[in-house]
Design a binder for this molecule. Structure first.
Ligand code: PLP
Length: 362
């Protein structure tokens, strides 16, 4: 029996992709903001309903570049309940990550705890839309305004999410999206930053291409984080199917909910008011159930189903950070990380997954 994983990369029909890349054998334009790149930018600005976008070779470098482009300094407030990338991006840009706890409702940053962490050194907040759950946008905006802080959202999980009809990429100074193979929308590897201020776009585009501004001019110490034409072509193909994919993910979520929402000691995600979800993840919190997380994880693995403990261990328990930070200072994040389990969710999931999960968690 094939192992079932928590995610399964979406691929277009192979002929779609071959048709999309065929003209590159003529043009020989393989990277450096060619026609596929431009088309994908346009397609994504429309799809995400944002003002501007800059594409990157992956989400992590998109986030690092956004931090650099916004000239952040000193301390950045973020959460430890996220993928290592969020904190690594802050630290690799020479800044100090300051960890705020999450709330037990939707696992995003607890906005009641942000202000007490602000010091003279604080330059920004980098909250994460965990599992596609939307952060408390209004409160974050208020705090940022009051203390003159920049806000960059890690929206890696939130592709296509809308709040009262508004694309999630319109909030804060910038939002980072990931188009990694395992995400709702993929360009194999890939990512983007969305933003309102055109000037920020100029800086992002310089940063991702060595700071090159013309044939004989280099403006700044840039890096190489460009999305290639092959990645962009995959994006153009996948974009045609992403709405159908999200509809299918919704059915998987409803299939799980039907059973799991009734099981005592299992907490499933609640629908957020006014939010159109992308059903990127299906986390369950095993809190007060007769089996613990490790038992469920093991039993499902024995049945060929690989679940994932996103996000465990917490960032503050990882080797580069564990001696600098105290994970006990974010008790909710700690509690959740010890009990969370993400179940497989992807379009056209096998019925076997449902029946097995019903047996193991009954
Ligand atoms: C996937 C992910 C990233 C990194 O994106 P890549 O495209 O893999 O570089 C950052 N933050 C979160 C929360 C993610 O899930």
């Amino acid at each position: 029996m094939n192992k079932i994983n928590v995610a399964k990369a979406s691929l277009p029909p192979i002929d779609d992709y071959l048709d999309e890349i065929r003209d590159m054998w003529e043009s020989r334009w393989l990277t450096n903001m060619g026609t596929k790149h431009k088309e994908l930018e346009k397609g994504l600005v429309d799809y995400l309903q944002v003002k501007n976008i800059a594409l990157f070779t992956n989400g992590h470098l998109a986030l690092e570049s956004a931090i650099e482009a916004l000239d952040l300094s000193g301390e950045v407030i973020t959460t430890p309940f996220t993928f290592a990338s969020t904190t690594h991006a802050i630290v690799r840009q020479g800044l100090k990550a300051v960890f705020c706890d999450i709330n037990y409702e939707d696992y995003t940053i607890d906005t009641d705890l942000i202000e007490e962490l602000i010091t003279e050194e604080t330059s920004a907040i980098i909250p994460v839309h965990v599992y596609g759950n939307v952060c408390n946008l209004d409160k974050i905006e208020k705090i940022a305004k009051k203390h003159k802080l920049k806000v960059i959202y890690d929206a890696a999980h939130a592709f296509g999410v809308e709040v009262n009809g508004c694309g999630i990429g319109n909030y804060g100074d910038a939002s980072m999206f990931s188009f990694h193979a395992t995400k709702v929308f993929n360009t194999i590897e890939g990512g983007a930053v969305t933003f309102a201020d055109k000037k920020l776009g100029e800086r992002l585009n310089l940063i991702k291409n060595f700071g090159i501004s013309g044939p004989e001019t280099v403006e700044l110490v840039g890096t190489n984080a460009k999305m290639s034409e092959f990645q962009a072509a995959m994006g153009l193909c996948n974009l045609k199917y992403v709405n159908t994919d999200i509809e299918k993910r919704k059915l998987v979520k409803e299939g799980y909910d039907e059973h799991l929402a009734k099981v005592k000691g299992i907490k499933v995600l609640k629908k957020q008011e006014g939010v159109k979800s992308n059903y990127a993840y299906y986390p369950i919190l095993i809190d007060g159930y007769k089996k613990d997380r490790e038992e469920i994880y093991r039993e499902l693995q024995e049945q060929g189903i690989n679940t994932r403990k996103y996000f465990s261990p917490l960032i503050t328990k990882m080797n580069p950070y564990k001696d600098i930070y105290d994970y006990k200072l974010t008790p909710v994040a700690s509690h959740v990380a010890d009990r969370i389990l993400c179940l497989p969710i992807y379009p056209d999931i096998e019925d076997y997954v449902f029946t097995t999960i019903r047996e193991v968690i009954s």
